[in-house]
Design a binder for this molecule. Structure first.
Ligand SMILES: [Zn+2]
Length: 328
């Protein structure tokens, strides 16, 4: 699992659905209305596009006892239980601490899926739907995915399993084929800017560009000092590329403060420089390497970002990469 799966949900449950989630909502609402919902859904796309907000709204609508125009009423007993997080027919399978060590697990394990299957095999406690969300679904390890396959092959009535995934390619292909898939992609610039404006983000155009057009990621950047980090990353990379700067000091500084986010900025900056060159222009950030070196550095930044989740010491790994930049 890479760091992306762990990115904070950018759109909180309870917020109105972003406009660009409308088509996906309509598909689900229509199938729910005519009684043709599948037993399993797979919602996928990059983090920050509203998959989780839509999942939350849809789960609530399924469990609500008196939905209005397809949406949860927010006032019946079921809705109150949902709001309190105590609805007995709503299940969430996610990353949890290991009960023996207390250390957060990096994968969803088979026992969690077995417990889910056992609950789904029992009748609904409030006499309606049973809904389970598995998120991040790609965090299921191989045994967990195999156990889930069995559950998907023998679905129980009035049950719905929603898999939410930022990286669906890490899921078993058979699991993917057993789910109705809904893809989320980056919305139009106008939609994204309108949404950012509604949340009071200043300089929304610049933040959105820095986030590659992804509004949820842009909002995170604006909220969490990400823009400043991006400027620092650009400054550090340019200094190293120009033979100034100390790769070891930069590696330590990055390792101490959001190393994965800094590598993501590095990757986006390098990608932006490559794209500008392919259009015959030169980006404001361009370290001056030849195209091949630039492309290689971009791939390395992405690879390293995934590796940081492993047992590597972040400062050493970053130093190795940054030192290579200084020599390129
Ligand atoms: Zn309700």
């Amino acid at each position: 699992m890479s760091e992306e799966a762990a990115v904070v949900v950018a759109i909180a449950p309870g917020d109105p659905l972003p406009s660009w989630c409308r088509p996906q909502w309509e598909v689900l609402a229509a199938r729910a209305a005519d009684g043709t919902l599948p037993h399993a859904l797979l919602l996928c796309g990059p983090s920050g596009l509203g998959k989780r907000a839509l999942t939350e709204a849809f789960v609530r609508a399924r469990l609500c006892k008196s939905p209005r125009e397809g949406h949860a009423c927010e006032s019946c007993r079921a809705c109150r239980l949902l709001a309190a997080g105590t609805h007995p027919d709503r299940m969430l399978v996610t990353l949890e601490p290991n009960p023996k060590t207390g250390v957060m697990r990096k994968e969803i394990v088979v026992d969690q899926i077995r417990a889910l299957s056992a609950r789904l095999a029992m009748a609904s406690q409030l006499g309606g739907w049973q809904v389970a969300v598995i998120d991040p679904a790609e965090a299921m390890n191989t045994s967990a995915q195999n156990a889930l396959l069995k559950t998907l092959e023998e679905p129980t009535d009035a049950s719905l399993i929603v898999l939410v995934s930022d990286q669906p390619w890490d899921l078993n292909a058979t699991i993917r084929s057993r789910c109705q898939r809904l893809d989320f992609s980056v919305p139009s610039r106008d939609d994204a800017l309108a949404w950012l404006a509604s949340r009071g983000v200043e300089s929304a155009g610049a933040v959105l560009a820095a986030a590659g057009g992804n509004p949820g990621q842009a909002w995170l950047l604006a909220e969490q000092g990400g823009m400043q980090r991006r400027q620092e990353v650009a400054r550090d990379l340019l200094a190293l590329a120009a033979g100034r700067g100390d790769a070891r000091a930069v590696g330590r500084a990055w390792a101490d403060d959001e190393p994965a986010q800094r590598l993501e900025h590095a990757a986006r900056l390098l990608e932006g420089a490559l794209r500008a060159r392919s259009e015959g222009q030169r980006a404001r950030f361009d370290p001056g390497w030849d195209d091949g070196t630039l492309a290689a550095r971009f791939s390395e930044a992405n690879r390293l970002r995934a590796l940081l989740n492993g047992p590597l010491r972040a400062d050493l790994a970053l130093f190795g990469w940054l030192d290579g930049l200084a020599r390129a």
